[in-house]
Design a protein around this ligand. Sequence first.
Ligand SMILES: Cc1cc2nc3c(=O)[nH]c(=O)nc-3n(C[C@H](O)[C@H](O)[C@H](O)COP(=O)(O)OP(=O)(O)OC[C@H]3O[C@@H](n4cnc5c(N)ncnc54)[C@H](O)[C@@H]3O)c2cc1C
Length: 453
Amino acid sequence: MAVRFTIIGGGPAGVQAATHAARLGAEVTMIERDIVGGAAQLLDCIPSKAMIATGGLMSASRRAAVMGLHPIEATLDFDAVRTRIHDIEAGLTISATELLASQGVRLLNGTGTMKGPHEVVAEVEGEMIEVEADAVLVSTGSRPRVPDWAEVDGERVLTTRQAYPPPELPSHLVVIGSGVTGVEFVHMFTSFGSQVTLVVSRQQVLPQKDPEVAAVLEDNFLQRGVKLLKGARAQGITRDGDEVVVACDDGRSARGSHVLLAIGSIPNTEALGLDAAGVTVDQGGYVPINQHCQSNVPHIYAAGDVSGRLPLASVAFMQGRKVAEHVMGLHTRQHRHLDYDKAASAIFTEPEIADVGLAEADAFAIGRKIRVTKVPFAVNARALIDGDPRGFVKIVSDPATGVVLGGSIVGQGASELISVLALAVTANLKVTDIVESLLVHPALAEALADAAE
Ligand SMILES: Cc1cc2nc3c(=O)[nH]c(=O)nc-3n(C[C@H](O)[C@H](O)[C@H](O)COP(=O)(O)OP(=O)(O)OC[C@H]3O[C@@H](n4cnc5c(N)ncnc54)[C@H](O)[C@@H]3O)c2cc1C
């Protein structure tokens, strides 16, 4: 008899687990209360990147003179942006739904809860449908964290999910939070022409990143006129007519037309009946998992944002795939564990920032000997042709073996170029493998070969 595999939540983790397990022979049921593709598609990655793409074209148009063009004045049409985002999402949802159908996945459009270790109930339009499962995946994602000192009104005080786009273009946006999400929104709205103040709780934007990388972004923000309020923790928001005031713990404040909260997320695990199934969650509500994404109940898995690991759609996809293989008993053969330290990530700012594997600062912190090589895009023919030679490629390798351990790329196309280093890090390739690849000329990727030299 086929393994009965039930998935609650159809985001990247759920969809990947469903299609892969079905391909491997499982009888899969997916319960999704909203759209297939998940919050990633509807509310987070896809709409934010679509807005950034529009903003990117606007800022490129401002640099038209660099390319020998007369200046172009692009004006923003928020309705058209909204329609475009909707069309992209609809297209992706249709293809994901068709993919599930083609693999024979049973899709229940409703809310899933656990009634026991092997019993899941889907509430579909008021009807309770009981599903017996041999294995269950909890992949219900997360939602923006709203602190108790902030009252979100969806009008002037917004979470990221209310900004695709907001009701009107903010004349002055105060962004609270300078992690990846916060800086992407700063980038997005400055591209649209808004004035932006960024409340940075530490002394560096992107506090988790290589200071050299963060410095390039800070420079770009300063050139765009962004006001950085460093070392300040927001602790209150008040409306003052058409303005909003953010009060900080050191007495300073930031005033703008709108405020955007970008201070992390919380997992969607509270109303899932996990206790009825015996699944424990940690203090933050995340489901602790082992290397196979199993919870404390071995046949109940957690993947994606609920697992408390790297909150990235790309990681969620891969966790979903690994779960499917484990459910189908493939983990004993040719199964590579997911190494979160080797996950590539990107920040879609201008310039783009991407990294993978071991960072220079982390190597120093653990006393590991490394070789660091760096090449600026200013010497790359393609970057000069494209009129954007900002940034650099940095490669971290093992001085004894030449194996690539990690790297950072700052510059146009970094989110694509990092794939080369991600492959090198995953496959334990050496710097010479990159140097000796016959690449296209002129190409940005040549900077990787130069940095690997
Ligand atoms: C602004 C922003 C931008 C981002 N950009 C990127 C990016 O560029 N690249 C990247 O890799 N990551 C990005 N991320 C992170 C990424 O969105 C998440 O890591 C990803 O969505 C996690 O996927 P998931 O499968 O855990 O769940 P989600 O995508 O959150 O999907 C979970 C699904 O579960 C459903 N669900 C919840 N509860 C139930 C229930 N009880 N019953 C049925 N269904 C339920 C929800 O409706 C939802 O569809 C971004 C995040 C944010 C906030």
